[in-house]
Design a protein around this ligand. Structure first.
Ligand code: HEC
Ligand code: HEC
Ligand code: HEC
Length: 152
């Protein structure tokens, strides 16, 4: 337990250093990520780019929990909205490709997420509803919640 906490802390420090180095070396290093420009001009995540980079996943995970626990299905902080504005115009670009907004940084920072196994990694037409972007057979967040609650 102690060890894994320390390990997690070191991983965070390393990631922090990666982000810091990335912003300091912006002119020197061509391998640092250059996230593609979004379609709209108002990001759902508040603050400057530094704040967005450091905290975007907290907003996403909080929204996920609100949706799963309280049935809140508003646009704000929805993953679908991120992709509709930031997602690639090119239909052949998927998560994992350095040209995909989300993987442009994640590849560089060695962040692994499984979100796009279920969620669409391409912008979805406006007439689609949230649920239609998902494989309805998988409800992992419910499973997570049940596991959390049975520990209490
Ligand atoms: C309607 C458009 C729009 C939506 C929706 C949107 N964003 Fe943004 N986002 C922007 C803009 C504009 C910027 C600033 C881009 C820049 O500095 O070039 C930005 C910046 C960011 C950055 C920093 C990128 C960088 O270059 O450092 C992150 C991370 C980010 N957004 C994540 C998200 C996430 C996660 C969501 C969904 C919860 C989201 N955005 C929803 C428009 C949007
Ligand atoms: C195995 C499938 C699966 C995976 C993996 C998954 N989700 Fe979900 N997610 C769902 C389902 C199903 C819903 C419920 C949609 C509904 O009821 O409207 C959902 C809902 C959400 C919502 C609220 C609705 C929306 O579009 O904003 C957010 C936010 C969300 N997930 C974020 C994430 C993030 C971030 C990850 C990765 C860390 C992730 N999910 C991984 C299946 C998945
Ligand atoms: C500007 C760079 C950047 C962009 C663009 C970006 N991310 Fe991230 N993301 C990061 C970094 C760096 C971390 C790790 C931060 C940490 O652990 O402190 C991260 C972590 C995450 C995590 C948490 C992973 C975990 O292990 O808990 C999720 C979920 C996530 N990002 C989702 C997204 C999604 C979805 C998008 C696209 C809409 C996106 N990110 C775009 C840099 C970015």
């Amino acid at each position: 337990m102690q060890f894994s906490m320390r390990l997690m802390h070191s991983v965070k420090l390393i990631l922090g250093a990666v982000v810091l180095t990335a912003s300091m070396n912006i002119l020197a290093d061509v391998t640092i990520p250059h996230p593609p420009k979004p379609r709209g001009d108002k990001c759902s995540i508040p603050g400057d780019d530094e704040h967005k980079t450091a905290h975007h996943f907290e907003y996403l995970l909080h929204k996920r929990d609100q949706t799963m626990h309280q049935g809140i299905r508003t646009k704000q902080y929805s993953l679908k909205e991120c992709i509709n504005c930031h997602g690639p115009a090119d239909k052949t670009v998927h998560y994992g490709n350095p040209k995909h907004f989300c993987s442009s940084c994640h590849r560089y920072a060695s962040v692994n997420i499984d979100c796009f196994q279920c969620h669409a990694d391409q912008p979805q037409p406006a007439e689609d509803n949230q649920a239609s972007d998902l494989n309805p057979a998988s409800f992992p967040h419910y499973a997570e919640t049940t596991a959390k609650e049975s520990k209490k």
